[in-house]
Structure formats: structure tokens, C-alpha cells
Ligand binder design. Structure first.
Ligand code: E4P
Length: 215
């Protein structure tokens, strides 16, 4: 299972990278806006140490505009994956990108049929947003299960990025379902390592070790 880091914060990405947990990065316009920095500068900084795919999102709403942006963003770094929305215009742009060898991450996916269309269009990645589905009373993880099954039925190459992750259980459930990738917010990654029994265990071992005679 690959871990992408879901942020545009370079310090957070670096921290996760130093922990050996970064197989890629996903950004979106909201995450970039939070940083208050020039987009290109952020992308160059991330690409200076991240080798895996870095998702960069277009903001045009028509295929032509998306393609123009996709080609431009793709020229910035060697490992770009261009995020396009799951609309007909986005799918048209995805198809052309696939033909031109530009990697795409088809985003804002909320149904299995949308994911099927993304795969048919030749998307490199699809991003179902499970947290946002949970937020409106659906079970986001059921969507992951369906997409993983459908892609496996037809051996589609499109990789499933479990996105809009809110807590460690989402990562655990995504892993159980065999999703290719989880894109994890830094705070959730931090919490994944925590277990009170680990802390108590270390405390006890250290206390006992202090009792061992040292020469
Ligand atoms: C990642 O590709 C998505 O943009 C991100 O996971 C969305 O998360 P949110 O629903 O918490 O904004």
C-alpha cells in the first residue's frame, strides 16, 4: 500500500518523508491556499525531495482550459499527476492527457460509476472522497470496496487513492480493502503510530532498566 501525504505544507511533507512514509503527495486548491505562498514555489520545494507522484490540480472547468493547465503544470516537474474533476469535461481532458503521456488524478469522485468512467478515460489515479461522503451520512468506505472490486473485475490500471481521510480507522479500512493508495493528512499519519500500551510499555521497560545494576 502506498502512502501519499495530503497537504501542501512543505515542512509537514518533509517530516513525513524523513519518517520514510511518503510515496507521493496530493494537493488541491484549498490546501495550497492555506499556505499563503506562490504555487510554483511550493511545487518546486516539494519536488526537490519527493520522488513519487505529486498531484497538482487544474481550476478550469472546460476541457480545453484544463488541458492547457495540465500541460503547463506537467512541464514544471518530472513527477506531476494532474488533478482534474470528475465531470465530462474533466474526462475528456483525462483522455487527451493519457494519450499525451501526462499522468492524471481524477478527483472529486463520489460514486462507483464515476470511478468506472475515470478508468475508461485512462486516468492514472482516481480519488474517491470518503470523509466527505461520511459527512453527509453515507459510508464512504463502501465506495472504496465497490471501486476496488470493479477495477479488479476488469484489470483496470487506474490506481485507487482513498482521499478525504479523517482518522486512522479510515487508513486501516482502506488497507483491509486492498486500496492502492491512501492519501493521509499529516495529523492522521501522526496519530497512526500512537498506542497507549506502547507508551506504558516503554515507561515500564525504562523504569525496570534503571533497576539493573550497571557494573
Ligand atoms: C485529496 O486528494 C483531496 O483533495 C483531499 O483528500 C480532500 O480532503 P477533504 O475532504 O478533507 O478536503
Amino acid at each position: 500500500m502506498k502512502f501519499f501525504i495530503d497537504t501542501a505544507n512543505v515542512d509537514e511533507i518533509r517530516k513525513a518523508h524523513e519518517r520514510g512514509m511518503v510515496d507521493g503527495v496530493t494537493t488541491n486548491p484549498s490546501l495550497v491556499a492555506k499556505e499563503g505562498k506562490d504555487f510554483r514555489k511550493i511545487v518546486d520545494e516539494i519536488a526537490s525531495f519527493v520522488e513519487g507522484p505529486i498531484s497538482l490540480e487544474v481550476v478550469s472547468e472546460d476541457a480545453e482550459g484544463m488541458l492547457k493547465e495540465a500541460r503547463e503544470l506537467n512541464s514544471w516537474i518530472d513527477n506531476a499527476a494532474i488533478k482534474v474533476p470528475l465531470t465530462w469535461e474533466g474526462l475528456k481532458a483525462t483522455k487527451v492527457c493519457a494519450d499525451e503521456g501526462i499522468k492524471t488524478n481524477v478527483t472529486l469522485c463520489f460514486s462507483a460509476n464515476q470511478a468506472l468512467l475515470a478508468a475508461k478515460a485512462g486516468a492514472s489515479f482516481v480519488s474517491p472522497f470518503i470523509g466527505r461522503l461520511d459527512d453527509v451520512g453515507h459510508t464512504g468506505m463502501e465506495l472504496i470496496e465497490a471501486i476496488v472490486q470493479i477495477y479488479s473485475n476488469y484489470a483496470f490500471d487506474t490506481e485507487v487513492i482513498v482521499a478525504s481521510i479523517r482518522h486512522p480507522i479510515h487508513v486501516y479500512e482502506a488497507a483491509l480493502l486492498g486500496a492502492d493508495i491512501a492519501t493521509i493528512p499529516p495529523g492522521v499519519l501522526d496519530r497512526m503510530v500512537k498506542h497507549p500500551l506502547t507508551d506504558i510499555g516503554i515507561e515500564r521497560f525504562l523504569a525496570d532498566w534503571a533497576k539493573v545494576p550497571k557494573k
